[in-house]
Design a protein around this ligand. Sequence first.
Ligand code: UFG
Length: 338
Amino acid sequence: MSKKILVTGGTGFIGSHTCCLLLEEGYELVVIDDFSNSSPEVVSKIKEITKRDFKFYEGDVKDKALLRKIFKTEKIDAVIHFAGYKAVGESVKEPLKYYRNNLDTTLSLLEVMEEFQCKKFVFSSSATVYGSPKSLPIKEDFPLSTTNPYGTTKLIIEGILKDLYQADPTWSVAILRYFNPIGAHPSGLLGENPNGIPNNLMPYIVKVATKELEILNVFGDDYDTKDGTGVRDYIHVMDLAMGHVKAIEKVFKENKLDCYNLGTGEGYSVLEIVQAFEKANHIQVPYRIVERRSGDIAACYADPTYAYEELGFKAEKGIEEMCRDAYHYIEVSKQENK
Ligand code: UFG
């Protein structure tokens, strides 16, 4: 009998790519999403790509009555919890919205899981929990701290999960700390296309490439990095999705709580990303250097060794493929909307 996984936030950027791989691996899926940062077409796109069906519930993960209905009807074996607000800048302006949403959804979900004795859990955390790291590359046992409410919600939830596991070691929990996911599904059917002006580098570059935005603002060139611009560990979203498949296998195999970095271990500067994008897509990306963005750190990249040793996870896709797939997705979307 194949295992049944509940995926919260399964139509979001990382969730949708993960759903594709889980279906292809033979898992049964139940997805819940309120489309607050995605759209119903994603459900049909996942089915189109995988040629597999799954159950979808439109709703809010804070809604315990809905969760109980799902657990009663579906006999869920494990949960991957993506649902949550994720914009760093917005979280600084509206902290209560972030604390209420990200904590309430998680608490409701964990409470209902406990009621139904479903105790296998994979959580979307973030490298933001390392704050400003004291050295590089970042290992899982580095000290944790945060610089914005979004990051604090991730750190608080990690703490809740640790307390829960301490109280009841029959839980099995994988906390995944993502570095910077970019790229898109190679089909061009799934990807990242935020509304309005993007906060993150790759969606912004894509909009400059398509001439929706005029010029990329590079936030500072006086950091202590190879060329003075910020360095990050960009990971292809398909690789990141595979990390979830490995994490699910782990929670079924062993009852433990553990944290894993999901990154490539390679750091690229903003200017290197611009160059890689131009080379991969044969298109110019005009940019100018502006002031640093407040809250940014100079450099952040993973030591991916532990995820390799424990999960057998290794990112495979390089920076050019990430840039190519990110742009391909936008070109395909434009074709479709003609
Ligand atoms: N950058 C620019 N111009 C832009 C946007 C970004 O120069 O228009 C630079 C940033 O200064 C930084 C790099 O590009 O040096 C990457 O910035 P992103 O906004 O794409 O990503 P961050 O590393 O700031 O944050 C991301 C996620 C967070 C997560 C964090 C974890 O957005 O949710 O990674 O490390 F917490």
